[in-house]
Design a protein around this ligand. Sequence first.
Ligand SMILES: Nc1nc2c(ncn2[C@@H]2O[C@H](COP(=O)(O)OP(=O)(O)OP(=O)(O)O)[C@@H](O)[C@H]2O)c(=O)[nH]1
Length: 190
Amino acid sequence: MPGNVTLNTRKIVILGSRSVGKSSLVKGFIDGNFSEAYYPTIETTATKTIMYNGTEYPCEIIDTAGQDEFSQLKSQHAIGIHGYVLVYSIASRASFNMIQIIYDKILNYSGLSEIAAIIVGSKADLNMDRQVDSMDGQALAQRNNAAWIEVSALQNRNVGRAFELCLAEIEKGNAPPPSPARRQGGCVVM
Ligand SMILES: Nc1nc2c(ncn2[C@@H]2O[C@H](COP(=O)(O)OP(=O)(O)OP(=O)(O)O)[C@@H](O)[C@H]2O)c(=O)[nH]1
């Protein structure tokens, strides 16, 4: 939304293996709809305002093409991004294994030691076909200091919550420094 960028605008990127339900998650969040049809994504950006702690954050949500271990992270997915939604399907162990690979690629590319991220187990309605225990998802998130949630776009379960938690992760990192600013040798340590 160029022209409408405010100080509060946050950029969020959705990454994960092909067909895990990234677009369905975004669509469910933006307009509350779900479709059985599968159209591989090239890349789209949606915008929606998320309320957090009484403040409105206009969010640019970038839905990407699915990744595999050989995909190169694009610079626009690693630079200038406030938060990440990393999606695997609870019915696909391979998609779960991709999360750490993607996470490490982001750190490598950006040079950051930590990012604001939520790890999302999608298709939670497919419990009969589950290949990833909730405990495994939680442990992965804990290891990477990320939030975690299971969602179902089909059942419209936890869809909005996933984005709110992502924003919470972003704003945790944006917390104002403890005041007064610590001074060392006359310099303010930022
Ligand atoms: N059962 C179930 N199916 C889902 C859910 N979310 C998405 N799907 C289905 O999974 C397929 C892939 O969904 P997409 O949202 O297109 O997946 P994607 O991750 O955006 O795919 P790429 O664009 O290839 O990366 C579609 O057939 C969806 O209907 C869900 O919560 N439950």
